[in-house]
Design a protein around this ligand. Structure first.
Ligand code: NIG
Ligand code: FE
Length: 400
């Protein structure tokens, strides 16, 4: 495509025209040198763009490229056997306490070559790209030794060399601690040195920790956050997934970008998140796959003004899925989000959960990361399950 071109005859979402509250039906987007040069009604197109080549999208919907702000998609092996065990009554915690769960993926990830890790991640990434995703966050956490944690992060970064995608990496060394080692010894001897080494190699955009009865206490995660702040890295947390450990409150005290899961989040955590503007990343795929019954306190989060994001949590154990559109459907069906909230959750708010200000919105100056859909109503994105409704994907202005 030329450096500057116009996508015309579009509906746009999320987008509120300045003079109304609906969606523009004669919308145009000017893609100018990889960024959005203009967005709005055809009649308002600035004269300087009038001669740019036009490509009609025939009334289709254009949204920002989707943003998957929480995944663990670089890993080895499969946990299909544990899925079978869960169907006959074993719980996620029981499997993990017996050395399975995260530990079985750690074993398979350590055993996988760099080429195998890359190849399996590319398969998952291709499914995400086919669903209109343009930015993906990827966490480490299936190494639990320095070498493997860094290999996961390098593999995640390398995905950008193989596909038109933007990757944000998160160091999640505090995901579990190896059997035969105490949590504190693991933090001192492995996790914190590995985090410093990964940061030194410029492999880390943020730091995460799993605050849970089967993982780390809030005070242990606090040590990780202190070390992250010393490295000038923003923090995130897996919190209140299986029980209320006060993780979200802790994260808010460290100005966390996001607190994720949150099924067991209490009022103090909600208030702290609202005050710190920490995004709530909801992961209905894990809620579904683990057959949880306690839902995150959605209405209280809304009332407190906490921004709501949705993500796949793509991982081999609690959320073996790659479709962010299916997650939007689950966000609506299981958690009661409106289709509009679901779309914001995987665009505007997804970007916020990653600390990104240059994508996720249809606004002048944003990166031209766009998804064109084979329908015109934004609610279709949360309503449909399956099929392949992506008409066109644009990454940094390039159609691909
Ligand atoms: O986000 N909660 C912790 N970590 C993952 C699960 C990892 C696994 O079971 O392998 C999650 O759900
Ligand atoms: Fe996760």
């Amino acid at each position: 495509m030329p450096d500057c071109y116009i996508l015309s005859d579009a509906r746009l979402a999320p987008f509120a025209p300045p003079d109304g509250d609906g969606y523009a039906s004669d919308g145009v987007i000017v893609v100018d040198h990889g960024k959005i040069g203009f967005v709005g009604s055809a009649g308002d197109l600035p004269a300087r763009f009038e001669d740019a080549p036009r490509r009609s999208v025939g009334g289709c919907l254009i949204t920002p490229g989707l943003i998957d702000c929480h995944t663990h998609m670089v890993y080895g092996g499969s946990r299909a056997r544990e899925f079978e065990m869960r169907q006959t009554g074993a719980s996620y915690e029981e499997i993990m306490n017996a050395g399975g769960g995260i530990f079985s993926t750690v074993e398979a990830t350590r055993a996988a070559s760099d080429e195998e890790l890359l190849a399996s991640a590319l398969l998952r990434l291709d499914a995400m790209i086919a669903d209109g995703v343009t930015t993906v966050e990827i966490k480490s956490g299936y190494g639990l030794d320095q070498d493997t944690e860094l290999r996961i992060l390098r593999t995640a970064r390398a995905l950008e060399d193989h596909r038109p995608i933007r990757i944000k990496t998160t160091f999640l060394g505090a995901h579990a601690y190896p059997k035969g080692m105490s949590a504190d010894d693991y933090l001192n001897e492995v996790c914190l040195p590995a985090m410093a080494a990964a940061a030194h190699e410029d492999l880390v955009d943020a730091v995460d920790g799993f605050c849970e009865s089967v993982a780390f206490t809030a005070s242990q995660i606090e040590r990780v956050f202190v070390a992250a702040h010393d490295l000038n890295l923003p923090v995130k947390i897996h919190a209140e997934q299986l029980s209320d450990q006060g993780g979200a409150e802790l994260a808010a005290r460290y100005s966390a970008l996001s607190a994720d899961h949150l099924e067991h989040l209490g009022d103090a955590g909600i208030a702290a998140m609202a005050e710190a503007k920490t995004v709530a990343v909801l992961l209905p795929g894990a809620f579904y796959a683990l057959k949880e019954t306690q839902k995150p306190p959605i209405q209280k989060l809304r009332d407190a003004g906490v921004p709501l994001a949705l993500a796949t949590d793509c991982n081999p154990g609690s959320s073996p899925m790659t479709s962010l559109r299916l997650i939007m459907n689950m966000g609506a069906t299981l958690f009661g989000l409106t289709p509009e909230e679901c779309l914001n959750a995987v665009t505007t708010i997804g970007a916020q959960a990653l600390g990104l200000d240059d994508c996720g919105r249809l606004e002048v100056g944003q990166r031209a990361d766009l998804a064109v859909w084979k329908f015109d109503d934004p609610a279709e994105l949360s309503y449909r399950i399956g099929d392949a409704p992506l008409e066109m994907r644009i990454f940094g202005g390039e159609i691909c």
